[in-house]
Write a protein that binds this ligand. Structure first.
Ligand SMILES: Nc1nc2c(c(=O)[nH]1)N[C@H]1C(S)=C(S)[C@@H](COP(=O)(O)O)O[C@H]1N2
Ligand SMILES: [Mo]
Length: 197
């Protein structure tokens, strides 16, 4: 007997797979943006990490592309109650980017081109839990979905996955980001239904 592999084309929704409470499955890819899609050219793009001591580490687009990337297949969950199974991304693990950044800060305020921000514990960006994603389903990430690159943190509600990501500010204290200031939960675990504070 051969081994049956589920190829990309063969992926199907699995109605038996558990969803976080209060979520429904969608086949679409809704766009949720708090403002217009910023025009981010890759030759101007950079990712800037600032530590609590003010140390700065930058990556240009070329440097990001030269960094080993990985394929990620994961479920995503939006606080507006849609979830998607088996979304396929390509990106650079945040572990690789922060590998040589010295910090004892515990919190990150993520910044996007266009001004969006979101906060999360640094630990949630590490240990294979977060990527700077630049491809979706085998194609360059579309601008409306955060292209050229977005943060992907699929274990938290999708508002933490900042589109058009521009940088991480590492802090000793937790500072609320854009939606968190408007009452969204500080952490946002979909399995615990941490929608609002
Ligand atoms: N920069 C930026 N990132 C963002 C948002 C935004 O408005 N601006 N919206 C967030 C929210 S609420 C969700 S649900 C997802 C939506 O991503 P999508 O539009 O690719 O589905 O992006 C998140 N990241
Ligand atoms: Mo959202």
């Amino acid at each position: 007997m051969g081994i049956v592999t589920r190829g990309f084309g063969g992926r199907r929704p699995d109605p038996g797979r558990p969803l976080p409470p209060g979520q429904f499955l969608t086949q679409d890819f809704p766009v949720l943006s708090a403002g217009p899609t910023p025009d981010v050219e890759v030759d101007r793009w950079e990712l800037v990490v600032t530590t609590e001591h003010g140390h700065v580490r930058r990556w240009s687009w070329g440097e990001l592309m030269a960094t080993p990337a990985e394929d990620v297949v994961t479920d995503i969950h939006c606080v507006t109650r849609w979830s998607k199974h088996d979304t396929r991304w390509r990106g650079v693990s945040v572990d690789v980017l922060l590998g040589d950044v010295e910090t004892t800060g515990e919190f990150v305020l993520v910044h996007s081109y266009g001004g969006y921000t979101t906060n999360l514990p640094l630990a949630d960006l590490l240990d294979g839990q977060a990527w700077i994603a630049f491809e979706y389903e085998g194609e360059p990430l579309e601008p409306v979905h955060g292209g050229p690159a977005r943060l992907l943190v699929p274990h938290l509600y999708f508002w933490k996955s900042a589109k058009w990501v521009r940088g991480f500010e590492i802090h000793d204290v937790d500072e609320p980001g854009f939606w968190e200031t408007y009452g969204y939960h500080g952490y946002g675990d979909p399995w615990l239904e941490q929608r609002y504070a």
